[in-house]
Design a protein around this ligand. Structure first.
Ligand code: C2E
Ligand code: MG
Ligand code: MG
Ligand code: MG
Length: 292
């Protein structure tokens, strides 16, 4: 159809396509360099807050890329490029190593922080994922139950065989598993029962609607109750207002995460933030926190 609208339009369209493709090529090249040279990638950490006690229960590590010309880039921009150009496993391994290194650095200052990392489906398909994670934990003297792996629900369902196998292996080495962005992937909670997950994160889109929509409230409330019956802890993501916070607490949501409570921040900023939100004691970081 572009051809029929005349040469000018077509040329413009083609130019834009080229720009997009060229842009992706440039970024994947820059990302390759960033992975080789180091120093540009960082993990930021967003607290997960205990609903009842208001204390920090752990953090989620979120990848950031400080691009030399473009400035700070978020993962939605470059993770798809890493996946497309075969860089995701190298990038994912960097995240595993960096999260473990940081946990150990914190442990050395007396801070026993539970850290969650996000995994891509490409990582779940790697046969040595669990071995790699286990080695990184051992190298840094970290108890496996201190690490959580978050896998987006829709991604987990995309390749059930890989998910099931990877989850079983990760659970076997003692790492805890979390289903991220729950509610967007059309899977049933009864299917999730077969996965050795400990935590379920309700997608931001439901949280955003709980104040205005009775339907959203009904869905969230039902998900929380069912998840609890299945022995899963529930985290609400993307909590932005006091109203959402209060409704979710009333629904017995175990943990809350979102800009209303704390934004993702650098490791140093998190240390300062944590000073004001100290966990009640090391017992709170025992596996029982995740419903054992
Ligand atoms: P996610 O795992 O669901 O992470 C939550 C995202 O929501 C983060 O965006 C976070 O900054 C943002 N967020 C947190 N609270 C709020 C809030 O109250 N309001 C709003 N509007 N947003 C909030 P971010 O850091 O841009 O990450 C986007 C996605 O990229 C993540 O979604 C995750 O799927 C993926 N990702 C992040 N780090 C990694 C990584 O190391 N590896 C992989 N494979 N994926 C990653
Ligand atoms: Mg996540
Ligand atoms: Mg999420
Ligand atoms: Mg999300």
């Amino acid at each position: 159809t572009a051809k029929r609208t005349g040469g000018g339009t077509y040329a413009l369209y083609e130019a834009r396509m080229d720009e997009g493709a060229q842009e992706q090529l440039n970024l994947q090249n820059d990302l390759r360099l960033a992975l080789e040279s180091g120093g540009q990638l960082a993990l930021h950490y967003q607290p997960k807050i205990d609903g009842a006690q208001g204390q920090i229960r752990g953090v989620e590590a979120l990848l950031r890329w400080n691009h030399p010309e473009r400035g700070m880039l978020g993962p939605n921009l470059f993770i798809p490029i890493a996946e497309r150009f075969g860089l995701i496993n190298t990038l994912g391994n960097w995240v595993i190593d960096e999260a473990c290194r940081q946990m150990r650095a914190w442990a050395e200052t007396g801070l026993r922080m539970r850290v969650a990392i996000n995994l891509s489906v490409h990582q779940l398909r790697e046969p040595d994922l669990a071995t790699r994670i286990e080695a990184a934990l051992e190298r840094n003297f970290i108890d496996p139950s201190q690490l959580l792996c978050e896998i987006t629900e829709s991604v987990a369902m995309e390749d059930l065989k890989s998910t099931q196998r990877a989850f079983d292996e990760l659970a076997r080495i003692g790492v805890f598993l979390s289903i991220d962005d729950f509610g967007t992937g059309y899977s049933s909670l009864s299917y999730l029962r077969q996965l050795p997950a400990r935590q379920l994160k309700i997608d931001r889109s439901f949280v955003a609607d709980v104040e205005a929509s009775t339907d959203a409230r009904a869905i969230v409330s039902a998900v929380i109750q069912l998840a609890h019956e299945l022995g899963l802890r529930v985290v609400a993501e993307g909590v932005e207002t006091q109203g959402q916070h209060d409704i979710l607490l009333e629904m017995q949501c175990d943990e809350l995460q979102g800009f209303y409570l704390a934004r993702p921040m650098s490791a140093e900023a998190l240390e300062a933030w944590t000073e004001g939100h100290k966990p009640a004691g090391s017992a709170d970081f025992s596996p029982s926190v995740l419903g054992e």
